[in-house]
Design a binder for this molecule. Structure first.
Ligand code: SAH
Ligand code: SF4
Length: 384
């Protein structure tokens, strides 16, 4: 079997080139062709020596997981389902906004953490994704979108590891993928535009701070251990005290001076005024400085959970109580509801949408541009 070059960060690709008897710097050229130009065929890499291209053809390939389906929401959100073999599928979601384009990326097929409010958690764990399966989501989406928007400019400006899976339970492939995202010869994203979301794998949060300190979001969901034990079973291993101490340590490395705390609003479960008071005390107990931003996520319901979405009034009251206490709090807008773009976990955002027209124009372009390209290039079948 030949090597999938999407499995390598630049360092790894340099090693691969050496093994082929090539100079390490060839890797930079190759890396740029793959990630910056979206090339999938070695013959397209016109400034590489023919002899190298021939060698590559027999020893390597460039392949993202195949797309099973693509759905475009009325608000411009696009969800792709990728086939990762063995009956497993993973999802990525593109969320266009006026000033950015965010891709929500999966890190595992299924998830072992088993949070009660998460449909991925209910599916159980299948397996870790490889680097090519993680970075392949970005590679495909970026170059697909460029092609369909007929632009050479970067379309995806932000990545959030908020799709399926617990990224910090697939550590090495995650970090290697992050390196490709950050590499100037790759996607050139700044550390503050790449966010890892975790349910709280404390030792790995420390390692991430050392190895690749991107922005961090921590899925809190409860202000006390009894409730969090129940909602996020990993809390039994790494309880709140330890988790929030790890957040403080991470701040020394974080690209921004805050950590995002995510809080999924569950009707009657974690959304009362008492919960809000308890949460304020918890946050303050860990630092007198404003060290976090709270992101309230409306629960995306699914029948097996037996849970309901908090009433809008409860969310507003909760947000106000936190804000009044000086904690920066935003309520996340749901996006792509009509295409269920959530994997049970929508990575929407808090932007108010002023220039809706611009996005609709973009959206129209995406839907009207015909698709015609070789099999292995970033493409897909459009469904409206
Ligand atoms: N495993 C990581 C990242 C993936 S989940 C984590 O848990 O942080 C990304 C975000 O979506 C998390 O904050 C998660 O709690 C939230 N989420 C999961 N299921 C959800 C649902 N049904 N509705 C709303 N948010 C959900
Ligand atoms: Fe896993 Fe995150 Fe879902 Fe919990 S919320 S089950 S950690 S994907």
């Amino acid at each position: 079997m030949t090597a999938n070059l999407l499995d390598f960060d630049l360092e790894g690709l340099a090693g691969f080139c050496e093994r082929l008897g090539e100079k390490r710097f060839r890797a930079t050229q190759l890396f740029r062709w793959i990630h910056q130009k979206g090339a999938a065929q070695f013959d397209d890499m016109t400034d590489l020596a023919k002899s190298l291209r021939e060698k590559l053809k027999t020893s390597a390939h460039i392949q993202a997981p195949p797309v099973i389906s693509q759905h475009i929401s009325a608000d411009g959100t696009i969800k792709w389902l990728f086939d990762v073999g063995g009956g497993n599928a993973i999802e990525s979601v593109f969320i266009p906004e006026d000033d950015r384009g965010t891709l929500c990326v999966s890190s595992q097929a299924g998830c072992a953490v088993g949070c009660r409010f998460c449909s991925t958690g209910h599916q159980g764990f299948s397996r870790n994704l490889t680097v090519s399966e993680i970075i392949g989501q970005l590679w495909f989406a970026e170059h697909f979108l460029r092609k369909h928007l007929a632009t050479q400019d970067r379309v995806i400006s932000n990545v959030v590891m908020m799709g399926m899976g617990e990224p910090l339970q697939n550590y090495q492939p995650l970090v290697q993928s992050l390196r490709v995202m950050l590499d100037d010869h790759g996607y050139g994203l700044s550390r503050r535009r790449v966010t890892v979301s975790t349910s709280g794998v404390v030792p790995m949060m420390d390692r991430l701070g050392q190895d690749c300190a991107v922005a961090l979001a921590v899925s809190l969901h409860a202000p006390n251990d009894a409730l969090r034990d129940n909602l996020v079973p990993l809390n039994r291993k790494y309880p709140l005290q330890e988790l929030l101490q790890a957040c403080q340590r991470y701040l020394a490395f974080a690209p921004r001076d805050f950590i995002t705390l995510e809080y999924c609003m569950l009707d009657g479960v974690n959304d009362t005024s008492e919960h809000a008071s308890e949460l304020i005390r918890l946050i303050r107990a860990h630092s007198s400085h404003a060290w976090c931003k709270l992101n309230l996520i409306p629960f995306n319901p699914f029948p097996a959970s037996g849970l309901g979405r908090s009433k809008a009034a409860a969310v507003q009251a909760f947000a106000k109580q936190l804000s009044d206490a000086g904690i920066v709090t935003t309520v996340r807008k749901t996006r792509g509801d009509d295409i269920d773009a959530a994997c049970g976990q929508l990575a929407g955002d808090v932007m108010d949408r002023t220039e809706v027209g611009k996005r609709i124009e973009r959206q129209r372009k995406i839907m009207l541009t015909p698709v015609a390209s070789p099999d292995n290039e970033p493409t897909g079948v459009l469904k409206s």
